[in-house]
Design a protein around this ligand. Structure first.
Ligand code: HEM
Length: 491
C-alpha cells in the first residue's frame, strides 16, 4: 500500500515536472525501474508502439536520466542535422566504458578535436575509395571460399546461413584491419581466430549496462557486485589487440615488406597522428565490433525476405544472369550494373535496419527538438527501424518491394532522413560504403550460384521475422535454408 501511494505521488510529480519543463510526452512511471521492464524484450519495437500512443517524440525516464526517442524523418533531421554537434556525444554504459577504455577509441569517444582526428584517420586510412579498392581482391577471395564451402556442405540439406555469412565477414574484416584470415576454408579457426570469435561472442552476450545499479546514482556503489565479468572481458579484449599490435610491430622490424592493412597504416604514421597503443587497439576493436555483425544481419534478413518473396528472388537472378552470365562470377565491380540488386539491399535495410536505434547520442547542453525542451545529459535515440516502417512515409511499408527504389532513388548514406540505416551527421557510419558493398556481394553471389528454398515441410509463413534484443537486430531464430546449385557448373 505504502509503495503504491509513493508510486502514484512520484508519477504525479513526474507528470507535473514534464508539463512545467515542456518535456516531450511519454509514459510516466515509477522512476527507478521506469520503463525498463516494459521495454523488454525488444526495445525498438516497444518504443515504436509507445510512439503510436504518445507521438513521434517521446521522453521517459529510467533511473536518473531522461531518454528521448524520435521516430519520424523531420525529427530525425532535427537530431542528426540541426542539433548534430550538440548531440554528437555518446553515453557509455559501465561495460562500454570498460571495453573502450573510457572512450579511447572512435565509436565511444566524446565529440571534440580528438574524435574529429580519429574519424578522419579512419576515413583516409581505411574507408577511402582507394583503400576499399586495394582490399577488394581479398574480399572476393573470401566470398569465393564461402560459396565453395556452401557447395561442398549443402547436397540438398538445410544449412544455417548465418554461420557462413559470419565466417566470410570475419575473415574479410580481419584481413582488412590487421592482415589475417582467422577461419580456414574448411571452417576451422586458427588459435587467434578462436580467441577473437570467443571475445566477440562474449561481448555480444555481455550485460554492458548494469541496469538500475548504474542508472540510479545512489545505487551505483553496488555496481562492483556484477561488474566483474565486464572487467574480465575488457582485459581479454585489450590483451588480444595488444598482442596483435605487438606481433605486427615485430614483423615490421624484421622485414620491411608491409601489407597495406589498417594496422600497418596506423603503425607507420603513429607519430604523425600522435596515436597511443591504447588508441590503436581501440580502433581495431571498433572496426571488428562494428563491421562484422551489421553486414551479416543485413544479409540474413535480405535472404529471409527473398525466401518470402520468390518473384523478387527470380528477378535478381534474372538480372545476374543477364549482366554476369553463367560462366563468370560476380565481383564488387559489377554492383553499379546491378540496379535491382542494389534496390534489394536498400529495401532490406529499410525494413531491417541492422542497428534499429543506431547508437545512442547524448545531449551536451540543453536544447530544443520538436518544440520540446531536451535537458543536458539526455540520451537521444533515432528509431530508424520505426521510420523505415512508417506508413506516413512509405506506401505499403510492410511489403518487401525493392521496385519502390527504382521508382524513386532514395539516398541511403545519411542525406535522406526517411532512410537512415547508417545514421547521419558527425557520427554517421564511416563504413557505410564497405557495408553496402559487402551486403551486395553476399546477396549477389548467393543468388547467382544457388536457388534457395526452405527445409522440407517448412512453409514460408513459418519463417520467424522477429529480432533479438541488443544493439544489432539479428534474426531471433537463425535462417535455415536449402541451396540448390543453379549454374551449369560452378565457375
Ligand atoms: C550494413 C552495414 C552497416 C550498418 C547498417 C552500420 C550502421 C551504423 C550506424 C547506424 C552507426 C551509428 C550512427 C550514429 O550513431 O549516428 C554506425 C557507426 C559506426 N560504424 Fe557502421 N554500419 C555498418 C557497417 C560498418 C562497417 C563495415 C564498419 C567498419 C569496418 C563500421 C564501422 C562503424 C564505426 C567505427 C562507427 C562509429 C562512428 C562514430 O561514432 O563516429 N560500420 N554504423
Amino acid at each position: 500500500m505504502v509503495v503504491e501511494v509513493l508510486a502514484i505521488v512520484v508519477t504525479l510529480i513526474i507528470i507535473l515536472y514534464k508539463f512545467t519543463q515542456n518535456l516531450p510526452p511519454g509514459p510516466c512511471t515509477w522512476p527507478i525501474i521506469g520503463k525498463m521492464r516494459q521495454l523488454r524484450p525488444n526495445v525498438f519495437r516497444s518504443l515504436a508502439e509507445l510512439s503510436r500512443v504518445y507521438g513521434p517524440i517521446i521522453s521517459f525516464r529510467t533511473g536518473s536520466s531522461w531518454k528521448i526517442t524520435v521516430s519520424n524523418p523531420q525529427l530525425a533531421k532535427e537530431v542528426l542535422k540541426d542539433n548534430d554537434q550538440q548531440l554528437a556525444n555518446r553515453h557509455r554504459t559501465t561495460g562500454i566504458a570498460r571495453f573502450s577504455r573510457n572512450g579511447d577509441d572512435l565509436t565511444w569517444a566524446d565529440y571534440g578535436p580528438r574524435f574529429v582526428k580519429l574519424k578522419k584517420i579512419c576515413v583516409v586510412e581505411l574507408f577511402s575509395s582507394k583503400n576499399l579498392e586495394t582490399h577488394r581482391a581479398g574480399r572476393e577471395e573470401e566470398i569465393s571460399i564461402m560459396i565453395e564451402s556452401i557447395y561442398s556442405n549443402s547436397c540438398g540439406k538445410g544449412l544455417v546461413l548465418k554461420d557462413y555469412l559470419w565466417n566470410f565477414m570475419f575473415n574479410s574484416i580481419t584481413r582488412m584491419i590487421f592482415g589475417k584470415s582467422c577461419v580456414s576454408s574448411d571452417g576451422e579457426l586458427a588459435i587467434e581466430g578462436r580467441e577473437l570469435k570467443a571475445i566477440l561472442e562474449a561481448q555480444f552476450h555481455a550485460k554492458v549496462s548494469l541496469g538500475i545499479l548504474e542508472e540510479v546514482w545512489w545505487l551505483r556503489w553496488m555496481s562492483w557486485i556484477i561488474d566483474g565479468e565486464n572487467k574480465a572481458l575488457a582485459a581479454r579484449i585489450h590483451k588480444f589487440f595488444e598482442a596483435v599490435i605487438h606481433e605486427r610491430e615485430l614483423e615490421r622490424e624484421n622485414d620491411n615488406n608491409t601489407y597495406p592493412n589498417f594496422l600497418d597504416a596506423l603503425l607507420s604514421r603513429r607519430k604523425e597522428y600522435d596515436l597511443s597503443n591504447n588508441t590503436i587497439s581501440g580502433l581495431l576493436w571498433d572496426m571488428v565490433s562494428a563491421g562484422i555483425d551489421t553486414s551479416v544481419v543485413a544479409s540474413e534478413w535480405g535472404m529471409a525476405e527473398l525466401l518470402r518473396n520468390p518473384t523478387v528472388q527470380q528477378r535478381v537472378q534474372k538480372e545476374l544472369d543477364n549482366v554476369i552470365g553463367s560462366g563468370e562470377v560476380m565481383t564488387e565491380l559489377d554492383i553499379p550494373n546491378l540496379p535491382y540488386l542494389r534496390c534489394v539491399v536498400k529495401e532490406t535495410l529499410r525494413l531491417h535496419a541492422p542497428t534499429p536505434l543506431m547508437l545512442p547520442h547524448q545531449a551536451n547542453q540543453n536544447l530544443n527538438i520538436g518544440n520540446y525542451n531536451i535537458p543536458k545529459g539526455s540520451r537521444v535515440f533515432v528509431n530508424v527501424w520505426a521510420i523505415g516502417r512508417d506508413q506516413d512515409v512509405w506506401k505499403d511499408p510492410l511489403v518487401f518491394r525493392p521496385e519502390r527504389f527504382l521508382e524513386e532513388d532514395v539516398d541511403i548514406k545519411g542525406h535522406d532522413y526517411r532512410l537512415l540505416p547508417f545514421g547521419s551527421g558527425r557520427r554517421v557510419c564511416p563504413g557505410a560504403q564497405l557495408g553496402i558493398n559487402l551486403t551486395s556481394l553476399m546477396l549477389g553471389r548467393l543468388l547467382h550460384h544457388f536457388e534457395w528454398s526452405l527445409p522440407e515441410g517448412m512453409r514460408v509463413e513459418e519463417i520467424d521475422m522477429l529480432e533479438m534484443s541488443g544493439i544489432v537486430g539479428y534474426k531471433k531464430i537463425p535462417l535455415e535454408v536449402v541451396p540448390t546449385p543453379r549454374l551449369p557448373t560452378h565457375p
